[in-house]
Write a protein that binds this ligand. Sequence first.
Ligand code: NAP
Length: 330
Amino acid sequence: MNKRILLAKRPEGLPEESTWQLDERPVPTIKKGEVLIKTEYVSIDPAMRGWITDKESYLPPVPIGAVMRAACVGKVIESKNPNMKVGDHFAGLSGVHQYVVTNGQNWVQVHPDRAPLPKYLSVLGLTGRTAYFGLLDIGQPKEGETVLVSGAAGAVGSLVGQIGKIKGCRVVGIAGGKEKCSYIVNELGFDGAIDYKNEDIRTRINELCPDGIDIYFDNVGGDILDTALTHINRNARIVICGAISQYNSKKFKGPSNYYRLLTERARMEGFVVIDYAKDYGTAYQHLGKWLMEEKLKSKEFIVEGIENFHSAFLRLFSGKKLGKLVLKVS
Ligand code: NAP
């Protein structure tokens, strides 16, 4: 049987367990040109919260009753497609289900002999590309500049900080709790960390970024974005990657300190990683090289069992995880 997570209803605020329905169907059969992929790992992403909201966005909302959209990696177990052999592994944007039939369009082959499969949803997947293009293309870091990044112990933020270090910047991260702050400084090499749950962010930015902020890479939005804006330097770049603090709010809280963009001739710019699809190969090469050289570390936090999808999803908002959140579904 094929266990699947369906979207049962549109949530208001933080999704409840009843947002989803666990369903079982016979494993689908394949036609000429298709393959059957057994999904092994599914990526759990903050973007999922946006995908279940009935609003225009960069992807259409997941319809009620449909399999929840997710990036995943899995193995071909049956093939009627000469380009995808049984035993090969592929990654693609598919869903939270144990089996999927595809003709292979938009799936890319991955190699578990080169890196463990969950890394293809993390540093070698969309997460790594988000950090790479967000910081390098939108942030335009220069040696000696100061980078502040929020969500710094998370999937994207932890890579942004390390790429900033590779580019010769001074990097300060904002994360929730002592353990995460210690992780980004002692294991990932950040120059400093601010524990936003227990410290005054404004005071700590003054202490840790005495020369101001040249790049603020924002994963969380809300008050942290507003506070960061008060510390930006002339010609600073504010990279709007995400706003997780607002995803469950009925009313999105925007920045009231935006006028600092004018006084500091600064630029605030959002981006969506899928717009960089034609350059994914370049990012993959650089990220893979840095990973092999151990200039980049990535941690995956793996939750077992498709039945635990909801509790895993909530960890994005409670922060009860370190690094990239991944669900093992088979
Ligand atoms: P993640 O950071 O691994 O997980 C979310 C983290 O956000 C949690 O671990 C938690 O860490 C923190 N958090 C949750 N609620 C918060 C709050 N109210 N205030 C401050 N921090 C909070 O997720 P990710 O995959 O790396 O994604 C990070 C951001 O990038 C998200 O906003 C996501 O939507 C965005 N994103 C954008 C793109 C794009 O193309 N633009 C692509 C991928 C991801 P703490 O324990 O530290 O609170």
